[in-house]
Design a protein around this ligand. Structure first.
Ligand SMILES: C[S@@+](CC[C@H](N)C(=O)[O-])C[C@H]1O[C@@H](n2cnc3c(N)ncnc32)[C@H](O)[C@@H]1O
Length: 192
């Protein structure tokens, strides 16, 4: 994995002020928050991983550092500046950056010849995005994950978590204070 750091924090903040509801946070996730999300995934067995909302790639890099050499990561990002930044700053053949919404996860996996995935890692601002978009992403994720596989992500509010509980059989939510702003990490799994 080749990584160019550039000025990702500045790029991130500029895009937040241009579109606060779309980006959802003024600074990237902390190392503690990222580590807590990574702990939900069994990296020894995960071969197809999807990431939603990579931004400037803090979580993407953590996933790539842990995943198997033969595993694949599909990262969905709607902000074209972040897409371009990720494509030029991370050179790793296991990563495919998708210039599009997480709503398209099933179609993108199908086009790659894949029917399912082993983990979904989200940084999406679910609590402030339109309800219809959130519901589509939650339903699509529940449909593509293999039974028992984790859908992990973070939020600053737990108001919408009941929607997650309708689509998944097991949902846990834990508070992570070592992030700005402090966040709730959720892990959702479906039974077979
Ligand atoms: C809070 S930022 C997270 C960035 C980075 N992963 C981190 O943790 O620091 C949320 C990201 O989600 C992206 N995003 C928002 N809606 C999206 C959607 N429907 N599909 C994919 N990405 C989306 C935004 O453009 C932004 O980059």
């Amino acid at each position: 994995m080749t990584v160019q750091r550039g000025r990702p924090r500045l790029l991130f903040a500029r895009n937040f002020f241009a579109n606060p509801r779309g980006v959802g946070s003024v600074i990237p996730s902390s190392r503690r928050l990222t580590q807590r999300m990574m702990a939900a995934v069994d990296w020894t067995t995960a071969r197809t991983i999807v990431e939603y909302g990579p931004g400037t790639g803090v979580v993407t890099r953590a996933v790539l550092a842990r995943m198997a050499p033969e595993a694949r990561l599909f990262a969905f990002e709607t902000n074209s500046e972040f897409v371009a930044y990720l494509q030029r700053s991370i050179a790793d053949p296991r990563l495919t950056v998708i210039d599009g919404s997480a709503e398209t996860v099933a179609a993108v996996l199908a086009a790659a010849g894949l029917a399912s995935c082993d983990a979904a890692v989200s940084s999406l601002p679910f609590s402030i995005m339109p309800t219809r978009v959130r519901l589509r992403i939650v339903a699509a994720t529940a449909a593509v994950l293999v039974p028992g596989a984790p859908f992990v992500g973070y939020q600053y509010s737990t108001r919408w978590v009941r929607e997650l509980r309708r689509a998944f059989d097991h949902v846990t939510v834990r508070f992570e204070p070592r992030n700005w702003p402090p966040a709730f990490v959720f892990v959702a799994r479906r039974e077979g």
